[in-house]
Design a protein around this ligand. Structure first.
Ligand code: DQQ
Length: 517
């Protein structure tokens, strides 16, 4: 079975709903329907029958991505992209059949569909018009929704307005656009508090509110975001100074993490991020295995105090799966050391570690041309000795270390500050295949002179999700070891730099299996 984009996440009557792009007929992408699962804790999930499947002229060739909005009167509604019989992309509405069923298992499509479509006059490219956001209310009491598009490689988030959620009119200007960024898939547009680390409902705006516009760039299959100001009277969005709106901008995650979408969890006042993690294996092997694609562990997301970036952290509920805690006493790890952390199921684990660097004098100089962290991480992988670093974790490691995935830091002396590089190195993750083993990298905005460098890594067999600096930079990797499987998997902390590093704290847990089927 093929799993991809998260769709329409929401909470309704205390039940979390996640829909997702799903191919019921095979492991690859195709025959797309909205599959549906519900949960009371975001950890254990119950599958239901697919909620939206092709049935009409306007969605005969696929029910593609979209979002949920809770309408006044506590009525959920879903806007999704239908691929019509002419293979044009159009936007449709579906609503629950029975609002008293908290599982919302049955959905009915609006008799007025399609509600938004490319026409001869609106200049919308019928092949580039998809993935409606959650809608929000403007100061005039009317709805707004944004839809991903492009025109001659100018990526854009088209804006529509409606008074009744059924009759939609295209606004003259898009909410935002950027030259030469290609198709914007799955836009997400939401407010964040500039004062407190809590989530906000999607229609909130005000002086202490910033907005986030996330776009999934189909050119690179990465999710980028800007932080900006939304003028709701004019319906204009402007990134704040320094927030870059291209593929040089900020990413939620510097590994595999695409087509993401957030929702406001009104029960816990937080905004939660979902994303699709693709395979790194090839299509033939996915077909052999019978499935492809997983959802990332949901993350709580908020604006960092600096206002410069978002912070992300695995939802607290995931800690319910922790068992069997192992702690390492405060240690100094000398250069060239690999230390095993034993006593946990290393193939399914949660690890929190922090590193302390006392001496930075000898840190390697950062060449000003080294601006691409991914390139830098691939040139300076875990096996390349440095001065301060590489140090970090070897996860999904086989007994003799023929296989391992290294998640680590390396510190450089920059022009007027120290620069921390965070890497996830997959080059040794598997000896058995020639899958995509790209080494991922991100810069981590932490001052190593005054702050500890923290790393949390969630390991689940083929998925390694890492959070640096408390969630300032995140990297998700897919790995397919052949030796480091189940009980043959080990966890180590390592330092391959010349200088020693302190490890004031390391806790690791075995993780229980969640119920998902
Ligand atoms: N996946 C969906 C589209 C979306 C893309 C189709 C992003 O709606 O643009 O399955 O992965």
């Amino acid at each position: 079975m093929g799993f991809s984009d998260p769709n329409g996440p929401m909470i309704y009557k205390g039940i979390y709903h996640l829909f997702y792009q799903y191919n019921p007929k095979g492991a690859e992408w195709g025959n797309i329907v909205w599959a549906h699962s519900t949960s009371t804790d975001l950890v254990n999930w119950t599958p239901h029958i697919p909620a939206i499947v092709p049935s009409q002229e306007y969605d005969a060739n696929g029910c593609w991505s979209g979002s949920a909005t809770i309408l006044p009167g506590y009525k959920p509604a879903v806007l999704y992209t239908g691929i019509n019989t002419q293979n044009q992309q159009v936007q449709n509405l579906a609503v629950p059949k029975n609002l008293s069923d908290p599982y919302l298992t049955e959905w009915v499509k609006s008799p007025l569909n399609p509600l938004m479509e490319p026409t001869a006059t609106n200049m919308i490219d019928p092949g580039s018009f998809r993935d409606p956001t959650t809608a929000w209310l403007g100061p005039d009491g009317g709805w707004r929704v944004s839809i991903g598009s492009q025109s001659n490689r100018t990526g854009m988030a088209i804006l529509y307005r409606s008074k009744d959620f059924v009759n939609w009119t295209k606004a003259e200007r898009p909410l935002y656009s950027a030259n030469d960024t290609g198709m914007w898939e799955c836009p997400d547009f939401f407010p964040v508090s500039a004062l407190v680390p809590v989530g906000l409902d999607t229609s909130i705006n005000g002086p202490d509110v910033k907005h986030v516009l996330k776009v999934s760039l189909s050119d690179s299959l990465n999710d980028y975001y800007t932080i900006g100001t939304y003028n709701s009277a004019m319906d204009t969005y402007a990134p704040v100074e320094g927030s870059v709106d291209s593929n040089l901008g900020l990413r939620y995650d510097y590994g595999k993490f695409y087509a993401s979408k957030t929702f406001f969890d009104s029960k816990n006042n937080r905004r939660i991020l979902w994303a699709w993690i693709k395979e790194s294996s090839n299509a033939d092997d996915d077909i052999k295995k019978g499935w492809s694609g997983v959802q990332a562990i949901p993350r709580t997301l908020w604006l960092d105090k600096s206002g410069k970036r978002l912070m992300q952290w695995p939802i607290l509920e995931i800690e319910k799966l922790r068992t069997n805690q192992v702690d390492l006493p405060n240690k100094l790890i000398e250069g060239g050391t690999i230390l095993e952390v034993s006593g946990i199921t290393a193939a399914q684990a949660d690890v929190e570690v922090s590193f302390e660097v006392k001496e930075l004098e000898k840190a390697e100089m950062l060449d000003p041309t080294w601006t691409n962290p991914q390139t830098l991480c691939s040139q300076k992988g875990a096996s390349i000795k440095g001065s301060v670093g590489p140090f970090g974790l070897l996860v999904m490691a086989s007994k003799g270390l023929q296989e391992y995935t290294a998640v680590f830091f390396r510190i450089f002396k920059g022009q007027n500050k120290y620069v921390v590089l965070m890497c996830s190195d997959q080059s040794r993750s598997s000896i058995g295949n020639s899958y995509d083993k790209t080494t991922y990298g991100a810069f981590l905005d932490v001052d190593p002179l005054h702050e500890k460098l923290s790393l949390r890594t969630l390991i689940d067999h083929s998925i390694v999700e890492s959070f640096g600096g408390g969630g300032k930079s995140c990297i998700t990797a897919r790995v397919y070891p052949v030796l480091a499987v189940e009980d043959g998997t080990h966890l180590h902390v390592f330092n391959n730099g010349a200088d020693s590093v302190g490890v004031p704290k390391l806790s690791a847990w075995s993780m229980k299996k969640a119920n998902i089927n």
